[in-house]
Design a protein around this ligand. Sequence first.
Ligand code: 2P0
Length: 349
Amino acid sequence: MSVDHQPGPAGSGERAFEHGATAVAHPNIALIKYWGKRDERLMIPYVDSLSLTLDVFPTTTTVRLSPGAPADSVTLDGSPAEGEPRRRVIAFLDLVRELAGRTEPAVVDTRNSVPTGAGLASSASGFAALALASAAAYGLDLDPTALSRLARRGSASASRSLFGGFAICHAGRGTGAAADLGSYAEPVSVPDFDPALVIALVDAGPKAVSSRAAMRRTVETSPLYRSWATSSEADLSQMRAALQRGDLDAVGEIAERNALGMHATMLAARPAVRYLSPATVAVLDGVLQLRADGVPAYATMDAGPNVKVLCHPADAARVAEAVRVATPGCSVVTARRGPGARLRTGAEQ
Ligand code: 2P0
């Protein structure tokens, strides 16, 4: 699949078509996780996070201005969006309109190629595409850093999906406007490391607890949260060094322990948040067996039961086979490093 070595998105002022724009963005998988917000309104994370943008499951979003319409219209995968997803898109459009000094309603059409809400970061690709398309449609000319701040307001992980390859989202410091300015994503240059990520889709259904609610509960009630957040800082600096060395074993070990630590904080929340299912554990056992057999393979899991296994591209077929044996019937997709978000040109509309 295609690999785009461009470090980031084109500015939102480029290539908008008249009264509307279409953007494409890919999901990212955090190797150092974001979990918990220190400001829920501004969507400021407690911890820095570092991710790999993938080359699979893109989201394509079109935003067209509709000056005569009574309200915004939001379509998600061909059906009218309702409830929380609709509310989040409209709140995001309100923010863009406020920044642009505009008032026109919009028609938003979003198409995901990954099951929505299944812990595969559809909100990351979704809000990255919405940020880029809506900024362009409303005439906001933002550089990639400002776009990442904007995308963060939709979903903090979306700030990272604006960039191809590896990206870091800074949690920043302070409160209010200073916190907003200090929390943004940027690419991390990792020239000589291009691993594969074997994704085990053990359950494509929507999750029982939204990541937003689960984060809040974890921060408020888990006695393990602070220690995970502190250890995550050390994980991040070790991860950066391991990436620069192109050391898959170190990258994998750090990513796996960071993810398991995040899930441990959730399991200790009151009541517990448990995203990992028996199928997840079966895949984790399969990954341990691969390592025992001499195949470097390391797992990471997000707010859902699916498992992503980091490995050398040459081992991806063997890892995929081990995953299929561990969870018969599950779909397996192998991803590589993917491109940053981009606006479609007028000719592509
Ligand atoms: C991440 N996750 O770093 C972490 C790891 C899931 C586990 O970011 O509330 O949809 O919209 O900021 O970004 C998923 O949560 O949450 C997520 P909001 P988001 O990728």
